[in-house]
Design a protein around this ligand. Structure first.
Ligand code: C5P
Length: 400
């Protein structure tokens, strides 16, 4: 079964007997990992109760355009922006007519105009209404606007007729919707990243660390979600909020980062070590604050575990991608690191231009050669990096 992890599906239900099938449809979506919000027209509420849909989706059902309380919780524009896909099932003849004319006189029709997400409709009506030239003209118009049209199927109808007009069964609608997302470069993949600096305690108030802001890892995590992946970001202390739909595990030291990585690596398809892990930590952390009695002091340091190398030694292992912030000989040092750490791909850049900056340039280095990613905002560079990563992943049922 395809996964729809993180996907946000807005299910619009209009008035038709097939509305009862939306209960099963919403279960298929949520079982595949999607979040479902339901919008019902007035007529739809005659066929299936909002309470049923609320219980099945775990979300309040949206019904009225001009409802103060509902608008305060999640307004119609917010709802339109929230969706990754709008599916109207069943789509009645009247709804298709109103959609074809760009009406905005109830919540669902308004959302259809406001959303930038793809829209799909699953027509369901009596065969005579379906064959009527008016309906066919409306259908041609919504197709022209880029709506996906799923069905209708042909067969026995609730009204006793036989012919085209049955809503496609929930399993079929689920498969067609999953197909719309299957083209995403990281659909169905688990992306695990480390990011930010680590802090190595000297005493209860002092630590060793570095200038890493965590911006590159956060950009990769956010773009990973946009590319269809389930994303886990193991982050050292940073001043950034966790990106939407990313599971962030906050850690402090390199040892904690290693433990958190190993706990979650088993089902990862890709591991990206973006963190600027402190190479050394104090051999001893004193339980009491160190007094400044002496003119000088020595701190003995010991090597920290190399997290990415530990991941690269696993068998089986995910695709392992590293970063190298260098101060000179960027490409040569990067290639040496790729080989020594046994990485599949490495992004090398100038440390001075990377740390705490909004923009970055990088050289992608792999066994096949090198590729320059020109300087741009970290989000844009992250998209290019993920494309190079996706191209190296073995095909799966979901991604092919
Ligand atoms: O050896 P260096 O720190 O330059 O290598 C950088 C790469 O190795 C980055 O991908 C970084 O996240 C990873 N690394 C690590 N654990 C360490 C040191 C670096 O995972 N202790």
């Amino acid at each position: 079964m395809p996964t729809l992890t993180n996907k946000r599906i807005l299910l619009g239900i209009t008035g038709g007997i097939a509305a009862y099938k939306c209960a099963e449809l919403s279960r298929l979506f949520t079982r595949a990992g999607a979040e479902v919000r339901v919008v019902m027209t007035r007529a739809a509420q005659e066929f299936v109760t909002p309470l049923t849909m609320q219980a099945l989706t775990g979300n309040r059902v949206h019904m009225e355009l001009l409802d103060f309380e509902a608008e305060a919780a999640m307004g119609h524009i917010e709802l339109a922006r929230w969706a990754d896909l709008v599916l109207v099932a069943p789509a009645s003849a009247d709804f298709l007519a109103r959609a074809a004319h760009g009406r905005a006189d109830d919540l669902l029709s308004t959302l259809m105009l406001a959303t930038a997400a793809p829209i799909a409709v699953a027509p369901a009506m009596n065969q005579g209404m379906w064959s009527d030239p008016g309906t066919q003209q409306n259908l041609a118009e919504v197709r022209r606007r880029g709506y996906h049209v799923f069905g209708p199927a042909e067969g026995d109808q609730a009204c006793g007729d036989f012919g085209p007009g049955r809503m496609v069964e929930p399993a079929g609608l689920f498969a067609s919707c999953a197909e719309l997302f299957a083209g995403e470069p990281l659909a169905g993949r688990h992306l695990l990243l480390t990011g930010g600096p680590t802090r190595e305690a000297i005493d209860p108030v002092r630590f060793l660390s570095n200038h890493s802001s965590g911006k590159m890892a956060h950009a990769l995590a956010a773009e990973g979600v946009a590319a269809g992946a389930r994303v886990t970001l193991i982050s050292g202390p940073v001043a950034l909020p966790a990106p939407d739909r990313v599971t962030r595990i906050d850690v402090v030291s390199a040892k904690e980062m290693l433990a958190a990585t190993m706990q979650r690596i088993a089902d990862a398809d890709v591991f990206i070590g973006v963190a600027a892990v402190a190479d050394y930590r104090p051999a001893n952390t004193t339980p009491e604050k160190i007094k400044k009695d002496d003119e000088s002091m020595n701190i003995e340091l010991v090597r920290n575990p190399d997290i990415i190398s530990a991941v690269a030694r696993l068998d089986p292992r995910p695709l392992v991608v590293g970063f190298a912030a260098e101060t000179g000989n960027v490409a040569a040092n990067g290639r040496e690191k790729l080989e020594r750490k046994k990485l599949d791909l490495l992004f090398a850049n100038h440390a001075a231009e990377t740390f705490n900056s909004e923009e970055v340039a990088a050289t992608a280095i792999s066994a096949d050669g090198e590729f320059e990613i020109p300087r741009a905002r970290k989000e844009a560079v992250a998209r290019k990096m993920l494309k190079l990563i996706a191209d190296r992943l073995p095909a799966t049922e979901n991604s092919s």
